[in-house]
Design a protein around this ligand. Sequence first.
Ligand code: NAD
Length: 256
Amino acid sequence: MRGLRGKTAFLTGAGGGIGRATAIRLAQEGMQVWISDRDGNVLEDAVAEAASLGLALHAIQADSTRESEVRDAVQAAFDASGRLDLLVNNAGGSLHTPYRFMDESDDDWARVMNLNLMGAVWACRAALPLMQRGGAGRIVNYGSKAGRFGSFIAGPNYAAAKGAMAALTRQLAMEYGPSGITVNCICPGVVLTPRTSGLWAERRTPEERERIVSEIPLRRHAGVDDIAGAVAFLASDDAAFITGISLDINGGQAMA
Ligand SMILES: NC(=O)c1ccc[n+]([C@@H]2O[C@H](COP(=O)([O-])OP(=O)(O)OC[C@H]3O[C@@H](n4cnc5c(N)ncnc54)[C@H](O)[C@@H]3O)[C@@H](O)[C@H]2O)c1
């Protein structure tokens, strides 16, 4: 990818899952990569996995549901590297809250909104002034197929939070385009990680699972590398004129 070498990326919730794979991909592209996660053990594992590939990841423990921790982590990455070129708002998930609307409590809504939406709001609030100072920047937000077309495994709270991520993306793209900052949203379908594999098995029968995959034009779910590649592209010079989009990464399962 063009234009990534030597630049600085900061990713939230990137000790494991898609975020870790994305962090490693960005490091392979020559970026200086900072990862935050609330879990210190997975951060250590991520750093070790990267090291086994000859790559460096810098880890900062931070809970994305706490504004002060998010703000301090973004600032620490900036202070250490002297720049911030890319923010990846990856931290998120449905927190194993119920699938059905009437089974979801206010607490289920608040926790999912807080992690998925407010975590990103707080990271953007910390990162945007730093990017403006540098005259350029990229933000990639994690939406979901759930927020655009509905989900087979996560409930209305998660779908609403991910729809809000796409709306936040468009509004920030309008406001910060004149500052040379692009803001885009990626919307994966099911990506098989340990967490989603469990939900997928729990919330769909084997027959439903087989039928759903058989109806995806590319006949499989995404792997983490499918998502990491899209983030690298959106961060690269080749995506310089792309902003405000919601990019579906779902093998054609749902198309707009
Ligand atoms: N996996 C999928 O099928 C899928 C599909 C569409 C969108 N997404 C989105 O992609 C992103 C990553 O998903 P994933 O499946 O890799 O997630 P995951 O559940 O595997 O978690 C990734 C990391 O987030 C960390 N984390 C959890 N809560 C945190 C918090 N409060 N603060 C900081 N870190 C926290 C975890 O420790 C973990 O290391 C999420 O925003 C998710 O909603 C995932």
